[in-house]
Design a binder for this molecule. Structure first.
Ligand code: AMP
Ligand code: MG
Length: 480
């Protein structure tokens, strides 16, 4: 008999979070929803977790009613954390509408959390209802799929279930439909998790958390030395990973929107997608969240914001390490970011690397041209795949007039000197499409309207298939 979790080759349960002990989480109960309708299951990632054999009934039992997975957490855990929200310290947050449901090894050996959004109230809900709107859930499915396709180190959406309630929200026509989302994430330990312990002056638990993170999420980092050395090692690794993710966002034209310290994972994996946007064209001042009046988290300010957030992490680690060991580590951020930016941009364009300084100049010239010309962001990457290999393609592009302009002449010459990193890539049928795959706000609104007005989910599923195909063309998603 297949279909139920007990009968599956359930890969490697790894419920490690309880090992942290008291003070890190609270046991909570999921909400009981009036109706469960499965809207999205990520079979690609379910296969990687050994969960693809679940039939839909069992899926809803685990990802709608949150019946425990065999050998995993016996009850969900609401995680404790604080955070700087728009630079203001908030000690009254924590998992207010989500919890840690299970932890598993993926086929790659990494430990991944199944964590929720919209699963009910917790001790940290304050005045909130603990719920997620269906539109919010749909937006997160789209964001995670697109970011994965573009090569960003992101959480994955594992499941989206509509839950049959009517929610009231200021930022959506209300009442609006409800959902519960399950995400797959490489830890849910945030900078804010450390901040809460520092707020409580709990250096013993900071040390416990440092060692937990090093052991389970940074296996290649040495755990030798005293706690100060180990804390600095963690900071070094988180700095490198966060810088890399920030660089990947810049190359993806992605604006996260809410870069509070509670939304920054210690593993550097990008997660928690609320009012995000993809850029229509390169614009440093482009701001995603309607409530971000000062543009604090605008596209071009993301690297600086990440650095600011890492400084907050370093402050927490001051309880167990001297400033003298932490400061030099923080100062590695710009170098990590620069290296990662070249790598991410070259990967997006499928260009073979040359000497770093020359490649860095190329990156600068590309952003300058995109800024001056305001050509559609994704179009440039589509048109110049593989550098020289795309000279003829680019001249056929709807943006060809921009490429014929004098201010592009130098960059054109430079691009023509680059070879493709992966020569077969251009042979993918995606690159013969009339236009690139994008995820601009109007497209998302149109997909949502079909669901909202006609309960028509097909446009969403078609879009997810199109994004996945693009991800395969870019070599970021395996061919089925
Ligand atoms: P976010 O902006 O989604 O990162 O959330 C910031 C904080 O607000 C977290 O502690 C969330 O759990 C909490 N929160 C957001 N929306 C709700 C809600 N509808 N009910 C309860 N808590 C919420
Ligand atoms: Mg959050």
């Amino acid at each position: 008999m297949g279909g139920r979790a007990e009968s599956l080759d359930m890969k490697h349960p790894a419920p490690i979070h309880p090992q942290l002990g008291e003070g890190f989480f609270d046991t909570v109960a999921p909400a009981s929803f009036p109706k469960l309708t499965l809207r999205y299951r990520n079979d690609r990632w379910a296969a990687r977790m050994g969960l693809d054999g679940l039939d839909d009934v069992a899926w809803l039992a685990h990802f709608g009613r949150f019946e425990p997975l065999p050998g995993n957490l016996p009850a969900p855990l609401a995680l404790r954390y604080h955070g700087h929200q728009f630079r203001v310290y908030n000690p009254n947050i924590g998992d207010g509408r989500g919890f840690l449901f299970a932890q598993l090894h993926s086929d790659g050996g990494r430990i991944l959390d199944l964590g929720t959004k919209g699963s009910g109230q917790t001790p940290y809900s304050r005045t909130g209802d603990g719920r997620l709107t269906l539109k919010g859930g749909v937006r997160e499915v789209l964001a995670t799929t697109m970011l994965e396709a573009l090569g960003v180190d992101t959480s994955k959406t594992f499941s989206l279930v509509e839950t049959g309630e009517q929610l009231a929200r200021n930022d959506e026509p209300s009442p609006t439909r409800s959902s519960v989302l399950t995400r797959l994430s490489h830890s849910h330990i945030r900078i804010g998790t450390f901040q809460r312990l520092a707020f409580e002056q709990d250096d013993a638990r900071i040390a416990t958390l440092v060692d937990h993170v090093l052991k389970h999420y940074m296996p290649d980092v040495s755990r030798d030395g005293d706690i100060a050395v180990r804390a600095a090692a963690l900071l070094a690794e988180t700095t490198a990973r966060v810088a890399r993710t920030g660089a990947q966002w810049m190359a993806a034209g992605f604006v996260h929107g809410v870069l509070n310290t509670d939304n920054i994972n210690i593993t550097g994996e990008s997660f928690d997608y609320g009012p995000y946007r993809f850029l229509p064209h390169y614009e440093p001042a482009f701001t995603a969240a309607y409530f971000d009046h000062s543009g604090l988290y605008a596209y071009g300010r993301q690297p600086g914001t990440l650095m600011w957030n890492l400084q907050r992490l370093a402050e927490c680690l001051r309880l167990v390490a001297d400033e003298a060991v932490l400061l030099p580590v923080l100062q590695t951020f710009p170098q990590h970011f620069e290296t990662a930016l070249v790598k991410a941009l070259f990967a997006r364009l499928n260009l073979a690397h040359r000497e770093h300084e020359a490649d860095l100049d190329t990156v600068g010239a590309i952003f300058q041209f995109m800024h001056d010309s305001k050509i559609p962001f994704e179009q440039f990457f589509f048109d110049w795949q593989g550098g020289a290999a795309s000279l003829a393609r680019a001249s056929q592009s709807p943006a060809a007039e921009f490429y014929a302009r004098d201010d592009f002449a130098d960059l054109r010459e430079v691009l023509a000197t680059y070879a493709a990193a992966v020569s077969q890539r251009l042979a993918h049928p995606y690159f013969a499409d009339a236009e690139p795959c994008t995820l601009l706000i109007d497209e998302i609104e149109t997909l949502w309207s079909a669901i909202d007005e006609r309960d028509d989910w097909q446009p969403l599923y078609d879009k997810l298939a199109a994004i996945t195909r693009a991800g395969q063309a870019f070599g970021n998603i395996e061919e089925a």
